[in-house]
Design a protein around this ligand. Structure first.
Ligand code: AMP
Length: 216
């Protein structure tokens, strides 16, 4: 099964993606995490991506498409993948169709997570992430039980530099301008479902799993 999670930054799709991928045994492919790992490793891709990410702009399509194609070759992705934060432009959506077609696969379901802007801004403002394992927390709604540290790996939690208010505003503009068109790409395909993300984490997860029932 191959799933796409869409929605604005901060809507909670990364949190849902981690839970759902684990529950359904899918590879969780977050292009944001792949790019941050490339930056941390000091690769050429990381160097190319860094300035765009710091400014809240999108990284060029060909860079993320290449990362996704490579990531899908890894063993854990053979049984299916959950794409989180990708595709983010209509051109990436077309590229993903082609990448999956080459593997004899297709996008089986697209879940578009939606919440009012005020909710999204509040969620991003309170988000704290683990630089080591990418786990995400929220200072109010999902705090770590280990003060300031990641529950999973003990990493020191931090606020992502692009989660600061001035960059967030720009990321939301980019989402409205470039990423909304991705919903159009999928809307007519019969695979597209809208998810109300302005609810408790567990309620959203239950809804998502319900929407995926019966898919293989
Ligand atoms: P995220 O972790 O999904 O919020 O992504 C953080 C940043 O990484 C974005 O603001 C972009 O600069 C970059 N990025 C992540 N995924 C993509 C993508 N699919 N296309 C272009 N840029 C991306």
């Amino acid at each position: 099964m191959n799933l796409v999670f869409l929605g604005p930054p901060g809507v909670g799709k990364g949190t849902q993606a981690a839970t759902v991928a684990a529950a359904l045994n899918l590879a969780h492919i977050s292009t944001g995490d792949l790019l941050r790992a490339a930056i941390a490793a000091g690769t050429k891709t990381g160097l190319e991506a860094r300035a765009s990410m710091d400014a809240g702009r999108l990284v060029p399509d060909e860079v993320v498409n290449r990362l996704v194609r490579e990531r899908l070759q890894e063993k854990d992705a053979a049984g299916g993948a959950l794409f989180d934060g990708y595709p983010r432009t209509p051109a990436q959506a077309q590229a993903l169709d082609g990448i999956l077609r080459d593997l004899g696969r297709r996008v089986d379901r697209v879940l578009d997570f939606q919440a009012p802007d005020a909710v999204v801004v509040e969620r991003i403002g309170g988000r704290r992430t683990c630089p080591r394992c990418s786990a995400a927390y929220h200072v109010t709604w999902a705090p770590s039980r280990r003060d300031g540290e990641c529950e999973k790996c003990g990493g020191k939690l931090e606020q992502r530099s692009d989660d600061r208010p001035e960059t967030v505003k720009h990321r939301l503009e980019v989402y409205r301008r470039d990423t909304r068109g991705v919903s159009e790409h999928y809307r007519s395909s019969g695979t597209y479902v809208m998810i109300a993300a302005d609810r408790e984490i567990a309620a959203v997860t239950a809804d998502v799993l319900e929407q995926l029932k019966g898919l293989k």
